[in-house]
Write a protein that binds this ligand. Structure first.
Ligand SMILES: [Zn+2]
Length: 491
C-alpha cells in the first residue's frame, strides 16, 4: 500500500436482541418460520394499531450497553424515522434519534495487524469510543429469489418487521481494517457472552456497515467517505475495507475525485461496487413517536441488570493471566466463549494444575471439538474428567503420550480417564530396572549410533529416548528414561 496516507474507519453494528417476541408487539421473533406467519396489526403497520415496548428488549439492551461500556441515559425517546421502502409498511421505522438509550462508551479492544499468512503480528490494546447504542425495530425483507414469477414480482416477508435491534455506532476511531475486524469480533463475543444477542452474522442477526475514508497524514480534514454494506461476515468486512482503502488512494494519487456513495461488497469478484449515490443527509424528518412514552431507566433497574450479568470477557481474560499464570494467547483463546472459559476453570480446579490444563484444552481437546463441530459445553468429556486426566499425568500414573490416546478414547466413549486406564491396563513404567533392561536392548541393537554418540555426536540422545519409549510401547516414564539414558550412555 502507498505510504503517506491515513485510513479512517467508523463502524455501525445492528445486533438483533435475543427476545422471544418483537419489540412493540407480541409476535414471535423466531427466524425461519413461514413467510408472514409472525405478523399482527402492529408490525403490519395497520392504522390505529398501537405499539407497546417489550420490557425484555429493554433488559437485553441494557446488558448490551453495559457489556460495551456505555452509559445508559435516565431518559430516552423513541422517534419516527420517515422513509419509504416496500419492506417498511408504516412508512417509518421506530428508532431513536437525539435522545438514545445509551451513549458515550469506551471499549478497550485487543488488536493486531496480520502478516501475509494472516497471523497476528503483535497484540496491543486500543480504546474505541462508542458514540451510542440505541434501540429500534427491524424492517421486513424483500424476497427476489426462489418464488414464482420473480422476474415480474417482488415478495415481502414481514416476519422480521418489528424484531428488536441494538444499533451500535462508533466514532471514526479505527485506523486499519484489522482494528475494525478485531472490534467487531469483540463486540460479537461480548453480546453473546451476556446473552443479549446471538450475534450470528450467517443468520443475519448481526450486520455491520463501515464508513471508510483516507486522508494525507497530517491533514485534519476527513476525506470523502464511502459507506460499505452487504458485509456478510467479519472477514468480508475486512477485505471490503482493504479494497476500498486501496481504491481511494489510487483514485486520489492519479488526480481523480471520490464521490460520497454507498457501495456493496461482491465476494465472488472480490471488489466493491456502487449501490447508490448518497442521498441528502437529514432527510428522514425524525420526530418523537407520539404513541410511545419516553423510556425512563432508574438506577435500581441498572443495578438489577448489572447484578445478573456474568464477569465480562476482558475482566476474565485478565484474571486468567493473573490468577493462573496463563500466557496472553492461552487466556485469550480460553475466554473466546463463555462456555469454554467455564469449562477451563472447572477442569483447572479438578487438576490442580491450571497451566497444564490450559495446554491440554488448547492443544488436544479443542482439536477434537473442532473435528466433531461441538462446543465445550457439549463435549462428551466433562471438565471434571479432563481435569482428572491432567492430574493422573501429573502424578505420573500414565505418560503424556498415553494421556493423548486416553483423551481420544474419552472423547469417543464418554468414559472417565481412570476407567479407560484400568480397562486397557495402561500404566506408566517408572521402574528403573525395567527401563534399564529396555535401554540395554536398544543399545545392543544400535551399536553404530552408540559408537557415534560416545564419539561426541550428542544430538543422537533424542534418538535413544525415542527408541526406548517405542520399545516400551509408549509406557516408559520419559523422565526416568532420560535420567537412566544419561547415566548409561556415558559408560
Ligand atoms: Zn406483530
Amino acid at each position: 500500500m502507498s505510504t503517506g496516507w491515513e485510513t479512517i474507519i467508523g463502524l455501525e453494528i445492528h445486533a438483533q436482541l435475543s427476545t422471544e417476541t418483537k419489540i412493540f408487539c407480541g409476535c414471535s421473533a423466531r427466524f425461519g418460520d413461514q413467510p408472514n406467519e409472525n405478523t399482527c396489526p402492529v408490525c403490519l403497520g395497520l392504522p390505529g394499531a398501537l405499539p407497546v415496548l417489550n420490557r425484555r428488549a429493554l433488559v437485553l439492551g441494557a446488558r448490551a450497553a453495559l457489556a460495551l461500556g456505555l452509559h445508559i441515559n435516565p431518559q430516552s425517546i423513541f422517534a419516527r424515522k420517515n422513509y419509504f421502502y416496500p419492506d417498511l409498511p408504516k412508512g417509518y421505522q421506530i428508532s431513536q434519534y437525539d435522545q438514545p438509550f445509551s451513549a458515550n462508551g469506551e471499549l478497550e479492544i485487543m488488536t493486531a495487524e496480520r502478516d501475509e499468512a494472516g497471523h497476528p503480528i503483535e497484540w496491543r490494546p486500543k480504546k474505541i469510543k462508542i458514540t451510542r447504542l440505541h434501540l429500534e425495530e427491524d424492517a421486513g425483507k424483500n424476497v427476489h429469489e426462489g418464488l414464482p414469477d420473480v422476474d415480474r414480482y417482488s415478495y415481502i416477508d414481514l416476519n422480521r418487521a418489528g424484531v428488536p435491534l441494538a444499533e451500535i455506532v462508533t466514532e471514526p476511531d479505527f485506523r486499519s481494517s484489522w482494528e475494525a475486524y478485531d472490534y467487531v469480533n469483540q463486540v460479537r463475543r461480548s453480546l453473546q457472552w451476556v446473552g443479549a444477542s446471538e450475534a450470528d452474522m450467517e443468520k443475519g442477526n448481526l450486520r455491520c456497515e463501515a464508513n471508510v475514508s483516507v486522508r494525507r497524514i497530517g491533514d485534519e480534514k476527513f476525506g470523502t467517505k464511502v459507506e460499505l454494506k452487504n458485509l456478510n461476515s467479519v472477514r468480508f468486512m475486512q477485505r471490503a475495507i482493504e479494497f476500498e482503502v486501496a481504491r481511494h488512494i489510487s483514485v486520489l494519487e492519479s488526480g481523480g475525485r471520490l464521490v460520497q456513495e454507498t457501495r456493496l461488497w461482491d465476494d465472488r469478484k472480490n471488489e466493491t461496487r456502487t449501490m447508490r449515490l448518497k442521498e441528502e443527509a437529514n432527510d428522514y424528518r425524525y420526530f418523537p413517536e407520539p404513541d410511545l412514552p419516553p423510556v425512563i431507566v432508574s438506577p435500581e433497574f441498572i443495578a438489577e441488570v448489572r447484578s445478573t450479568m456474568p464477569e465480562l470477557p476482558e475482566d476474565r481474560r485478565k484474571r486468567f493471566i493473573g490468577q493462573y499464570g496463563l500466557t496472553f494467547a492461552d487466556a485469550s483463546q480460553l475466554t473466546s466463549e463463555r462456555s469454554l472459559a467455564d469449562y477451563y476453570e472447572n477442569a483447572a480446579e479438578e487438576s490442580g494444575n491450571p497451566r497444564a490444563t490450559a495446554n491440554w484444552i488448547r492443544s488436544e481437546l479443542l482439536r477434537e471439538l473442532e473435528t466433531a463441530d461441538l462446543s465445550a459445553a457439549a463435549s462428551k468429556v466433562s471438565a471434571r474428567d479432563l481435569g482428572a486426566l491432567v492430574r493422573l499425568i501429573d502424578e505420573e500414573k500414565i505418560s503424556g503420550k498415553q494421556g493423548k490416546d486416553v483423551l481420544v478414547e474419552m472423547f469417543k466413549t464418554g468414559k472417565s480417564a481412570q476407567f479407560i486406564i484400568e480397562e486397557q491396563g495402561l500404566v506408566q513404567v517408572s521402574d528403573v530396572s525395567e527401563i534399564d533392561q529396555l535401554i540395554d536392548d536398544v543399545m545392543n541393537a544400535n551399536p553404530q549410533q552408540l559408537a557415534n554418540y560416545r564419539a561426541g555426536k550428542e544430538t543422537l540422545f533424542g534418538f535413544f529416548v525415542g527408541q526406548v519409549i517405542k520399545a516400551s510401547k509408549g509406557k516408559a516414564n520419559p523422565k526416568v528414561v532420560n535420567e537412566r539414558l544419561r547415566a548409561k550412555l556415558q559408560v
